[in-house]
Design a protein around this ligand. Structure first.
Ligand code: URA
Length: 193
């Protein structure tokens, strides 16, 4: 992709970010500023979380708290730069009042997310947990059983499921090894794409 196309994609993502900033439905019962996403507008791989946490809702940047530090470390450990090689966002763009997004928040967030995918046109989407899978694929998943695989492939995008880093931080002995294993699979998938 040439530089001019990449700049055009960034401008389109900026326009979507403005829509999110002004979206009254997104903002309802939420805290802080919008966190629309960040990274390479032309990335082959997009990471999808759940919803911003407290630090993200203050800074406007995704995954900068404890979960984010773990996610970004894992991204770097598979040889990718967490800013320049990937795009990071979530189905819900504001911190929900009660922490966990409602199904209405997730369903509405999909509208903005699909617009972002249409601009970026990634080859891979890594779904970090249940909310990401529901937000993107409108599908209920059993993460512990279905993770570590491409769970869907459509319109040229492969959707890979793994744990949300917050789950790994909460229960490292249960989930950390699996998440590391899953990221190694992602590395291989990218290398053979
Ligand atoms: N969890 C998410 O899913 N997204 C963030 O930006 C931070 C924590």
């Amino acid at each position: 992709m040439c530089r001019i196309e990449s700049v055009t994609k960034q401008l389109q993502l900026d326009e979507i970010a403005r829509e999110i900033d002004n979206c009254k439905i997104c903002k309802k019962d939420k805290i802080g500023v919008a966190v629309s996403g960040e990274g390479n507008p032309d990335a082959d791989i997009v990471f999808i979380g759940e919803a911003p946490g407290k630090q993200e809702a203050v800074s406007g940047r995704p995954f900068i708290g404890r979960s984010g530090q773990l996610l970004r470390k894992m991204i770097r450990e598979i040889g990718l730069d967490d800013i320049n090689d990937v795009y990071i966002t979530s189905p819900v763009k504001y911190l929900p009042e009660r922490g966990t997004p409602t199904s209405e928040d997730i369903a509405h967030g999909r509208i903005h997310l699909l617009k972002q995918f249409a601009v970026i046109q990634p080859k891979f989407v890594v779904l970090l947990g249940r909310v990401a899978a529901e937000g993107v694929l409108q599908k209920k998943v059993f993460v512990t059983k279905e993770r570590g695989e491409i769970i869907e492939e459509k319109d040229g995008i492969k959707y890979f499921l793994t744990y949300h880093p917050a789950a790994v931080l909460r229960f490292p002995s249960k989930f950390k090894a699996g998440m590391i294993e899953d990221f190694q699979k992602v590395k291989k998938l990218l290398a053979f794409s």
